[in-house]
Design a binder for this molecule. Structure first.
Ligand SMILES: *[C@@H]1O[C@H](CO)[C@@H](O)[C@H](O)[C@H]1NC(C)=O
Length: 274
């Protein structure tokens, strides 16, 4: 057998067993009420929605872009972090989301030790994803004038993030933050025109150091005019990331997957390296 022949193979070897993302995210997501009997996929996305969004909200675009942008032989699906996402229950919803998310990541990787996990969070969901990884806590919405009376003045106790060593951390290949409310200026993983700016509640040094143990998987999208991640003045710029940057994020996920689980992508050449 000649290597060039193998390389030119375009028929996916395992296409019959793949579970591609469907165009009806709500229906597909409903399947996850029995998540633990769902087949393990090569890439499993876990999404934390924004405030008052339906599941999965605007992030349906990036979920689709990630799954559809993978080589055909890789299966891909997603589940939501189930939590309250209301303004007046901001802190409670986040605490709930962190606990739920940590549990799901841990359980999924225990059951599916060869799967790559991609985390994605939009708006309030960034605080959930960021704190799952880096831990955190603090006071939010202390300034009613600035925040238009949203959120109340709420306080979250400090919690620790996931250990960056061993499982499940080693299965987390990418974590996307969209309009991070805890955006902190000048981090290596910041992407976009707001990269050099602090958001509403930037991470304190300890918190940041903890989060940055995951720098290699993070990608934090922030526009300079976004009031939440960059203290900007144009709310519309907070909600359009998923329309504008989803393809770019999917490319980033492919790159990070190639770095952390290169064997998954090697299969595309017909060299089943399992
Ligand atoms: C971030 O970097 C920019 C450009 O180098 C600099 O002007 C700014 O002071 C930095 N911000 C912080 C908070 O370090």
């Amino acid at each position: 057998m000649h290597l060039p022949t193998l390389l030119s193979l375009t028929i996916p070897l395992t296409s019959l067993t793949t579970a591609r993302y469907l165009d009806t995210p709500q229906v597909y997501n409903a399947g996850f009420t029995t998540a633990d009997t769902h087949p393990c996929t090569d890439v499993h996305i876990i999404a934390a929605r924004g405030t008052v969004e339906e599941y999965p909200g605007r992030q349906h675009r990036v979920i689709r872009a990630i799954c559809n942008g993978l080589p055909n032989h890789l299966s891909c699906d997603y589940e939501d972090i189930k939590t309250r996402a209301t303004w007046h229950e901001w802190c409670a919803g986040i605490e709930e989301g962190i606990e739920y998310g940590k549990k799901r990541i841990t359980e999924y990787v225990e059951r599916c030790p060869n799967s790559a996990i991609v985390l994605t969070g939009f708006s309030v969901g960034t605080e959930i994803i960021g704190d799952i990884l880096g831990g955190g806590g603090g006071r939010f919405f202390e300034n009613p004038g600035k925040h238009g009376g949203l959120g109340g003045n709420c306080k979250r106790p400090y919690i620790a993030g996931l250990s960056p060593v061993g499982k499940p951390a080693e299965n987390i290949v990418a974590a996307l933050l969209w309009g991070d409310v805890r955006h902190t200026a000048n981090q290596t993983y910041n992407i976009g025109s707001g990269s050099h700016l602090d958001g509403m509640w930037p991470r304190d040094p300890q918190n940041l150091a903890d989060l940055n143990r995951f720098s290699d998987v993070l990608g934090s999208f922030c526009h300079v005019d976004d009031p939440w991640c960059a203290s900007g003045l144009i709310p519309a710029r907070h909600v359009d990331y998923l329309r504008v940057n989803s393809e770019e994020a999917a490319q980033l996920v492919r790159e990070k997957l190639a770095l952390k689980m290169p064997w998954k992508l090697q299969m595309v050449r017909g060299v089943a390296n399992v």
